[in-house]
Design a protein around this ligand. Structure first.
Ligand SMILES: Nc1ncnc2c1ncn2[C@@H]1O[C@H](COP(=O)(O)OP(=O)(O)OP(=O)(O)O)[C@@H](O)[C@H]1O
Ligand code: SF4
Ligand SMILES: [Mg+2]
Length: 335
């Protein structure tokens, strides 16, 4: 793995208070994002992908909090511990938007219907670079043009309801990009879009990476997209990273039974279409009802009695390819 790290997340756990009860959702999440590279976070709905990145940015709702662990951002040889900064404080606000840009999961509800799209993108320049509205306008119009929004000068003054889904997503990317952040977190940036628009947004993100050397955290359900864009992959299940490694490790040597099942449930070119795709049997358990042992035990074909006790080992099976499964015990790729 590369050594130039822009973001390091170590043992990060976060949770919520619901009906006066504290529930831990993400548990001991660790990963690194390398400069100019893409880390993909994958896993079934509800496994904690959004909670993970929201806790890194301290953007959890009021009933949520980081329970333990840390997230550190690196810039010019200095380390900034995001998780110890005051949640709504100046220091963290300076990093959010200006250093780390976030494309939220749902563009439809993330844009404010009462402000023009131009005003919403300008707000970041006004806050972070102390620009006037007049100074911000040409920068935003230029960014709209770069992102393929036609007639950007006129579109600046329109409201979100006048934009299609794909165009709204471009506005969300403009908000994330306008202050030239080094790291972009894109939470399912294409899920709400139709296939042709998805392809355009992905091409756009790839070109931003190639031209400007941005680092990206890409959250997606689309394994084809992961294969196309990612350098490293973190596979999450029930709030834990169960497998982590390079894109080659994950696709050529998927080792956690969940990762293997996830990949078997994706259609492949040339596949016999008369046969059903594999599905992962059962449902994800309710986080508040989880018992001891491996979280995947109830759905795993390799489950033994030993899987139902304690915390499963998290082993490096070679070159930083990490797997959380009892079957890798005694398999240490670094020895
Ligand atoms: N505000 C909240 N209060 C209580 N629980 C929450 C809250 N937000 C999320 N959760 C719980 O945290 C878990 C993880 O949610 P998260 O949104 O991170 O999933 P995800 O992996 O991003 O799923 P998806 O792919 O559907 O976006 C879910 O079980 C969810 O119910
Ligand atoms: S620890 Fe056991 S139940 Fe969990 S994934 Fe590995 S084999 Fe399956
Ligand atoms: Mg999500």
């Amino acid at each position: 793995m590369q050594t130039d790290i822009i973001l390091k997340v170590e043992n990060l756990s976060a949770g919520f208070t619901v009906d006066k009860k504290e529930i831990t959702i993400t548990k001991g999440v660790s990963f690194e994002v390398h400069r100019g590279k893409t880390l993909a976070i994958v896993g079934e709905s509800g496994c904690g992908k959004s909670v993970t990145v929201h806790s890194v940015m301290q953007l959890l709702p009021r009933n949520g909090k980081i329970v333990s662990g840390k997230a550190t951002y690196f810039k010019d040889g200095k380390a900034y511990e995001l998780s110890s900064m005051e949640r709504y404080g100046k220091e963290l606000r300076a990093i959010r938007g200006a250093e780390i840009g976030m494309v939220f999961q749902d563009p439809m509800s993330s844009l404010n219907p009462v402000y023009t799209v131009g005003a919403q993108v300008s707000a970041n320049l006004i806050e972070h670079f102390k620009m006037s509205k007049k100074e911000a306008r040409p920068k935003v119009v230029e960014m709209f043009g770069k992102l393929g929004i036609p007639d950007p000068e006129r579109r600046f003054d329109q409201y979100p309801h006048e934009f299609s889904g794909g165009m709204k997503q471009r506005v969300m990317i403009a908000i994330a990009m306008i202050c030239n952040p080094q790291l972009i977190i894109a939470d399912e940036p294409t899920t709400a879009l139709d296939v042709t628009i998805q392809a355009q947004i992905i091409d756009l993100m790839k070109s931003l990476q190639v031209e400007y050397g941005k680092s990206i955290i890409l959250i997606t359900h689309n394994m084809g997209l992961v294969a196309e864009m990612a350098d490293d992959v973190a596979v999450m299940y029930m709030g834990r990273v169960v497998e982590y490694g390079s894109v080659e490790d994950i696709f050529h040597n998927p080792t956690h039974p969940y990762t293997a099942a996830l990949l078997r449930s994706v259609p492949q070119l040339g596949m016999d279409r008369t046969k059903d795709l594999d599905t992962i049997r059962g449902m994800t358990p309710n986080p508040s009802e989880l018992g001891e042992g491996c979280e995947f035990a109830g759905r795993c074909d390799f489950c033994t009695e030993s899987c139902k006790k304690g915390l499963m080992p998290y082993n490096d099976i070679g070159g930083g390819h990490m797997v959380r499964c009892i079957r890798t015990e005694g398999v240490d790729g670094n020895e």
